[in-house]
Design a protein around this ligand. Structure first.
Ligand code: PAF
Length: 287
């Protein structure tokens, strides 16, 4: 497993693989790796000859009020986990991402306005800007993003389309704990009591999907879901919403009940963000 800390090293490694006809897939991360990340690597390995994992805590996606310095940095444990998979061919840990004077940012437009963007207006500009840099600095042919961060996935897909990047974006299904809780670095901040309550988020999404399939109107389904979440221990619900999966525009009715496969951008998606103590959890379910 080659560790590259500069853009030059990374590009040289990528070029060496590509000149022998091998495809290269990037799995971008901010480290603090868990099994959810490792499932992204497995998908990357299934789709390409070589897998690069990037580890970079991106300051651009943190607001001043969000503690960038306190974001968990677990480099040595992350490298051990990556080595243990035996499917990660290179780790890109750039010492410098934004050179002095770096000024250009990517503004994602309306896909980034609501949902996560409403409470974190800076966030998707930071994500799109760093992902654009990472794609350029690795020269990957493909990149994997988790459906757990559905809005992020859509922002990246749109950026790749708009900028005509020669990259295949692969959407990875959400990996869940046995009780349904979506795997996330944030789960580590939950107390034992909160951890026991947290699966209620996915349960509320599943119940809402059943309610919609049963023909209950969208507004009623969503308000019941919010009440259920608060009744099961969540302190507040930032949003619980039905959106068009392509534009993320809110929907007031579910028109198409046809089966959708993972990664499709048609149809609808239930998206939720809720707080339990200081921890804000997000999840989603395609319907
Ligand atoms: O999802 C994440 O971990 C980050 O937003 C990403 C895509 C690595 C960009 O910093």
């Amino acid at each position: 497993m080659n560790i590259c800390t500069t853009r030059e090293e990374m590009l040289a490694q990528s070029a060496a693989w590509k000149t022998t006809g091998q495809s290269v897939c990037l799995v971008p991360t901010m480290g603090n790796l868990h099994d959810g990340h490792l499932s992204l690597l497995e998908l990357a390995a299934a789709h390409s000859d070589k897998v690069i994992t990037s580890i970079y805590v991106n300051p651009l996606q943190f607001a001043p009020s969000e503690d960038f310095d306190k974001y968990p940095r677990t480099q040595s444990a992350d490298l051990d986990k990556l080595a243990a998979t035996a499917i990660c061919d290179a780790v890109f840990m750039p010492e410098t991402m934004y050179e002095d004077g770096h000024a250009t940012k990517i503004f994602p437009g309306s896909l980034a306005d609501g949902l996560e963007g409403a409470s974190r207006p800076h966030f998707f500009t930071g994500v799109a800007t760093v992902v654009n840099q990472l794609l350029e600095q690795t020269d990957a042919d493909k990149a994997v993003f988790g459906e757990k961060d559905f809005q992020q996935l859509r922002v990246i897909q749109q950026m790749v389309l708009d900028r005509h990047l020669q990259i295949e974006v692969i959407a990875a299904p959400t990996l869940r704990e046995a009780d349904g809780l979506a795997m996330s670095s944030r789960n580590g901040y939950l107390t034992t009591t909160q951890r026991a309550q947290a699966p209620a988020l996915y349960q509320a999404l599943q119940k809402a999907a059943e309610s919609l399939y049963a023909g209950v109107e969208v507004a009623k389904t969503l308000s019941t879901a919010q009440q259920d979440l608060v009744a099961t221990g969540f302190d507040s619900v930032d949003y619980f919403i039905l959106c068009a999966a392509d534009t993320l525009a809110p929907l007031m009715e579910l028109k198409n009940k046809s089966n959708l496969s993972e990664g499709d951008t048609d149809g609808a998606v239930l998206l939720a963000a809720a707080r339990i103590g200081d921890v804000r959890l997000i999840d989603n379910l395609r319907v």
